[in-house]
Design a protein around this ligand. Structure first.
Ligand code: OSB
Ligand code: MG
Length: 365
């Protein structure tokens, strides 16, 4: 496949409400899309991180630079999706930037064969159960009102963002009020091993999992914590490759893995993590980064692989945006449909994309 043009489109789309985590508060999805035009089809992708390096070390400005100067030159003009990772391997890190490039190339390649990404990855269903990630609120009543709304919409699982000072109390309140809903928490690295006794207080609330309680490079710490709390540990930030997954599983650092394609360099490595986890009997679920429809479409396809046995952070467009870049994704009886069209199965709505685009840059022509 011959790449003829690579464009980077900055977009800024307001969130329906601020999203607060232990690492910061987001009010806008401020990122970029990649458009790769080839001799056979064009492909789209979305960069998953934010303008500030608070969730992970990558951020919009750095990704733009590394794509322009170091990644795009290594994959042009002739490339296939499977070649993107080996050809960019010499560039250390920058997995979210690499994921954006690989996904746009993969989208173009699959569209030229007329194949949906779910078919390519090995999806076994056409709809997946949807969970919702609920940010840190100013008060417990505010949280309960939000959770009540999401449950009324039909979400199959609730995830509460936690941090020191906002953990046991909100979890207890949600459990008491809503009974045996599927409930889990995400700390985004906000605790240390010294908090083990405190985190053990969550054991009585029968949580599905606690996500990433400790620093991203602390695999051993998670293994030690796992011996001191009953709630299953799930890793997010710590897992950046199939090898990481194998290490974490072997060391007893996690019983569940959150697979985010962007964090691990793309859908090809995400599938390998799924395979490694499945071979060990470790359940996985598909994480999210508040993506627009361009990022969420392919995430839904990944979530339809058989090892994805827990509901993912794959919510309806309306949970994030008043207006999405694509046709809106809707929740039906707690499920989201996997896009059925070729490639990632979704396109930006041209007029909407124009309105939300703040700058365009040609990276290759
Ligand atoms: O840790 O899973 C996370 C959003 C941005 C960055 C990190 C995370 C999240 C979420 C939201 O939890 C998931 C979503 O609905 O997209
Ligand atoms: Mg997380």
């Amino acid at each position: 496949m011959k790449v003829e043009r690579v464009e980077l489109l900055h977009v800024a789309i307001p969130l329906v409400s601020p999203f607060r985590t232990s690492f910061g508060t987001m009010t806008t999805k401020d990122t970029f899309l990649l458009r790769v035009v080839t001799d056979t089809a064009q492909g789209w992708s979305e960069f998953a991180a934010d303008p500030e390096p608070l969730y992970c070390s990558e951020f919009v400005g750095a990704a733009e630079l590394v794509l322009a100067d170091h990644l795009v030159p290594r994959v042009t003009p002739e490339v296939t999706a499977a070649q993107v990772a080996p050809r960019t391997h010499a560039v250390k890190g920058h997995k979210l930037a690499k994921a954006a490039l690989e996904t746009a190339v993969l989208d173009a390649e699959l569209r030229s064969f007329g194949m949906p990404i779910g078919t390519f990855l090995g999806a076994t269903t056409d709809k997946v159960p949807a969970g919702v990630s609920v940010g840190i609120k100013n008060s417990v009543p505010e949280l309960l009102a939000d959770v009540e709304g999401y449950l009324a919409e039909g979400y199959a699982r609730i995830k509460l963002k936690i941090e020191p000072g906002w953990d046991v109390e909100p979890v207890r309140a949600v459990r008491e009020r809503f009974g045996d809903v599927l409930l889990q928490v995400d700390a985004n690295t906000a605790y240390t091993l010294a908090d083990a006794d405190h985190l053990r207080r969550l054991d009585e609330y029968d949580l599905l999992l606690i996500e990433q309680p400790l620093e991203e490079d602390d695999i051993r710490g998670h293994a030690l914590l796992a011996q001191r709390i009953g709630t299953p540990i799930c890793l997010d930030e710590s897992i950046t490759s199939a090898r990481d997954a194998a290490t974490a599983i072997a060391l007893g650092a996690c019983r569940i893995i959150n697979v985010k394609p962007a964090r691990v360099g793309g859908y090809l490595e995400a599938r390998r993590i799924h395979d490694v986890a499945a071979a060990h009997g470790i359940p996985v679920w598909c994480g999210g980064m508040l993506e627009t429809g361009i990022g969420r479409g392919p995430n839904l396809a990944l979530a339809a692989l058989p090892g994805f046995v827990l509901p993912g952070d794959v919510s309806a467009s309306s949970r994030y945006f008043a207006e999405d870049l694509t046709e809106p994704f809707e929740l039906r009886d707690g499920f989201m449909n996997v896009p059925a069209g070729p490639g990632i199965g979704v396109d930006p709505v041209p007029e909407t994309l124009r309105r939300f685009t703040t700058a365009t840059k040609v990276l290759y022509a």
